[in-house]
Design a protein around this ligand. Structure first.
Ligand code: NAP
Length: 251
């Protein structure tokens, strides 16, 4: 039995890797899905087609969620597509951008990293909050980096995810009385383009080898946890940052 029939979900960065797995999983559970993308137009179209082939409904909407004007555009186009309410917001868009040491940091890089990981989460939450009805769910994708400071050269990324983790707790308190639950997920090493771009194979093998389950995680495994947090099965869970890391670290 599908658990999200009649629900409407917005997934930022929903066109590839973890975001795509989340879009598809929520659709499999019956939700209508807004697949937000920025650069990956083809991936967004493919994700929508995949959902339609599964019998679901989805639209792709382009928006740079680090920009408030684009978040407003995403909201307006969501209303045009599916009406004046949503039930699930997944703040998934994020990225490392580049590995840089403290001495290599500058203001524009700071704005870029904090913008895509934290500012996006804050202002997408603000924009979509009025559209979330009772028992709505917000799921933020934080990171193991928020717990342990991240790998080499990822200080701003790790700090931005730390901010996402703390913001999640704050929003759980602020929005709880409206019936909105806010949780975050802290993935460990998940095999996606993120690490294809920024992590050497030797490091990936080392981390996977040190993981009790002896492997990298899969995007679908993160998506399954997102779906759980989106359904009523998690109705008394809010303000949590849930680890999904194969046992690599405990918090
Ligand atoms: P990824 O492969 O690098 O994908 C990043 C996603 O973010 C893409 O869908 C991208 O969309 C979107 N995005 C980036 N900037 C955007 C912007 N300005 N506006 C809208 N969308 C934007 O990363 P991933 O591995 O799937 O990670 C997804 C989330 O999980 C991220 O928040 C990441 O930090 C987090 N995470 C990942 C891991 C891991 O091991 N992979 C671990 C912990 C946390 P476009 O391609 O359309 O631009």
């Amino acid at each position: 039995m599908k658990k999200l029939i009649g629900k409407i979900a917005v997934v930022t960065g929903g066109s590839r890797d973890i975001g795509r797995a989340i879009s598809v999983k929520l659709a499999i559970e019956g939700a209508k899905v807004v697949v937000n993308y920025f650069n990956s137009e083809i991936g967004a179209k493919e994700t929508v087609e995949e959902i339609k082939a599964l019998g679901g409904e989805a639209v792709a909407i382009k928006a740079d969620v680090s920009k408030l004007t684009d978040i407003e555009k995403l909201k307006t186009q969501t209303i045009v597509a599916f009406g004046n309410r949503i039930d699930i917001l997944v703040n998934n868009a994020g990225g490392l951008i580049a590995r840089k040491s403290l001495q290599e940091l500058d203001e524009s890089f700071y704005d870029l990293v904090l913008g895509v990981n934290f500012k996006s989460t804050v202002f997408a939450t603000q924009a979509f909050m009025p559209l979330l009805n009772d028992r709505g769910a917000i799921i933020n994708i934080s990171s193991q980096a928020a717990r342990d400071g991240g790998g080499a050269g990822s200080s701003l990324y790790a700090s931005s995810k730390g901010a996402v983790t703390t913001f999640t707790r704050a929003m759980a308190k602020e929005l709880g009385s409206k019936g909105i639950r806010v949780n975050a997920i802290c993935p460990g090493l998940i095999g996606t383009k993120f690490h294809d771009d920024f992590t050497k194979d030797a490091i990936r093998e080392k981390v996977a080898g040190a993981t009790p389950l002896r492997r990298e995680g899969k995007a679908k495994e993160v998506a399954d946890l997102v779906a759980y947090l989106a359904t009523n099965e998690s109705s008394f869970i809010t303000g949590n940052n849930i680890d999904i890391n194969g046992g690599l670290a405990f918090s």
